[in-house]
Design a binder for this molecule. Structure first.
Ligand code: HEM
Ligand code: HEM
Length: 463
């Protein structure tokens, strides 16, 4: 009898399950943080729930726990399927799963006790950094070996994005987390800020964006049942992402005394980011020509299309807020928090969920337990996120203009409880979506109606 680690796609399923669970845990910590921005005394000084601890748990859990887990799970399914072979090593994929999720678990545990490396998006303690690096290296080896052993010559662009994520993260994660300084995980002074934002920018740019883009490239043509519009456009989109996204982290610290060449490159190339963004979006949307109705009628397809629209909004906003003049108003206030949520949940999270709902039935060979629950999850997320975006952008503009006009923080602070209260309320809609999704996931795995997929590409040995 096969052990779980030998069963085809078992590691992919484990990553998807972990992503669904972390979505709920992560958003609950978001609510804990949000409540304190309305009523700071609410948790009566219980140390492990204080904002300084709950916020990093929230941010790291939703990023590393929810979106990345889910997108790795999707990729571990679609990469071998596209290459018409088995994953090179299911056991190695399980080790990646264990290492990755030990690191994610370390968040709520170590941050609760106040152990954190204190640099945004690089808070995990040293042992967790080692676990993540190990997981990434194993995923890189496994992906490369799967490609080398493939039965399909053509390397579809989704495979490019998936393997590239691990090849470059194997370098950028240890570098950005200053892994050679175990006690602090940091360098000193301005250099630390530059290194941190090089990495923290590459986290969305070279982990979240390629994983989400690869997943969208997999789902859209399958749901539309048409070939990809253009292979050339997909290659242009891939290489321009590498060319422009890698070195624009300086736009996070425009106001700091970084070298002016670094600032200029960061600002100019943030505008040029329009090239990879529009190339990818044009390619995906043109693939849907004449099949838009079919894609939107599919619950998973709808999620991915909505994710692509959030990507458009995120990127237009991102390029605009890279301009120093605009950033005088938008920097260091809730405007950026609005951007982060539409980016990580709207763009990446929606595509992760869409791809997960698409591949889950193919992995477990069971139909989705209740497709209308996917639609309900979509509605709850769209309501919550749109509310977040409007409320946080408005709050950010009030804060930013107050500061710009020389008003004290005490004046604008008095206006914030309404906005922060609305954010907490909209957040509950997102949490409800996480509950509905987790229920539907578990019921599909255990109770979904068994079926044989009609157009699934399978490794030969499995036929
Ligand atoms: C999967 C859904 C979510 C994702 C992907 C997500 C992502 C993020 C990210 C990336 C940040 C860091 C923002 C920055 O520093 O620029 C953040 C902060 C935050 N999020 Fe979320 N979030 C999600 C859901 C929620 C929910 C449901 C709530 C509230 C109920 C919430 C409340 C907060 C709060 C209070 C902060 C800190 C804001 C601050 O420092 O002022 N988030 N979130
Ligand atoms: C054309 C594309 C994009 C550009 C030019 C851009 C630009 C920016 C800029 C300038 C900031 C800093 C704002 C400030 O601190 O005042 C920022 C913050 C952020 N961006 Fe983007 N963005 C883009 C796309 C994305 C995408 C696709 C993601 C996620 C997948 C993302 C995630 C974030 C996050 C999480 C932050 C908050 C960082 C923090 O905590 O300070 N962005 N972005």
């Amino acid at each position: 009898m096969l052990t779980p680690a030998q069963k085809t796609n078992s590691a992919a399923l484990a990553f998807l399950a972990a992503g669904s669970i972390w979505l709920l845990v992560g958003t609950l910590y978001g609510l804990v943080s949000a409540i304190q921005l309305v009523a700071p005394e609410f948790f009566n000084n219980i140390a492990w729930l204080m904002f300084g601890r709950s916020r990093p748990v929230h941010v790291n859990t939703v990023i590393y726990g929810f979106v990345i887990n889910m997108l790795i799970g999707c990729g571990l399914y679609y990469m071998p399927a596209l290459l018409k072979c088995r994953l090179w090593s299911e056991t190695m994929a399980w080790w990646s799963f264990v290492l990755w999720n030990l690191a994610v678990i370390s968040g709520p545990v170590s941050f609760a006790y106040g152990y954190s490396q204190g640099r945004e998006y690089a808070e995990y303690i040293w042992s967790a950094d080692l676990a993540i690096t190990g997981a990434v290296v194993l995923l890189a080896i496994n992906s490369v070996m799967t490609i080398l052993n493939r039965k399909e010559n053509f390397l579809y662009v989704a495979v490019w994005y998936f393997v590239a994520t691990f090849l470059w993260t194997g370098f950028s994660y240890p570098l950005g987390n200053v892994i050679w300084h175990p006690s602090t995980g940091a360098m000193t002074g301005l250099l630390d800020s530059i290194i941190l934002w090089f990495y923290a920018h590459n986290l969305p740019g070279l982990v979240l964006t390629p994983l989400a883009t690869g997943a969208a490239y997999y789902v859209i043509p399958r749901v539309a049942r048409t070939p990809l519009y253009s292979h050339t456009l997909s290659v242009i989109g891939f290489w321009t992402l590498v060319a422009f996204y890698t070195h624009i982290g300086g736009h996070h610290i425009i106001q700091a005394p970084i070298p002016s060449w670094m600032r200029n490159i960061a600002v100019v190339h943030s505008m040029v980011m329009a090239v990879p963004v529009f190339t990818v979006l044009a390619n995906l949307w043109l693939t849907m020509r004449g099949a838009g109705g079919r894609v939107l009628a599919d619950p998973a397809g709808r999620f991915v299309v909505a994710g692509s629209i959030w990507y458009l909004i995120t990127s237009i906003q991102g390029s605009a807020q890279s301009m120093p003049e605009l950033q005088r108003v938008t920097h260091l206030n809730n405007w950026t928090i609005g951007h982060s949520h539409i980016a990580v949940l709207g763009f990446v999270g929606f595509i992760a969920l869409g791809c997960m709902w698409h591949v889950l039935p193919l992995i477990v060979r069971r139909r989705i337990y209740a497709p209308r629950l996917i639609n309900m999850q979509f509605g709850l997320l769209t309501t919550g996120l749109t509310g977040f975006f409007v409320v946080l952008t408005a709050a950010g503009l009030i804060e930013g203009h107050g500061w710009y006009n020389g008003e004290t923080v005490y004046r604008t602070l008095a206006e914030m409880p309404t906005y922060m209260g609305l954010r907490a309320a909209f957040g509950m809609s997102i949490i409800a979506a996480a509950v509905v999704g987790l229920y539907n996931f578990c019921m599909t795995v255990w109770r979904g109606e068994p079926f044989t997929p009609e157009y699934v590409v399978e490794p030969e040995e499995d036929l």
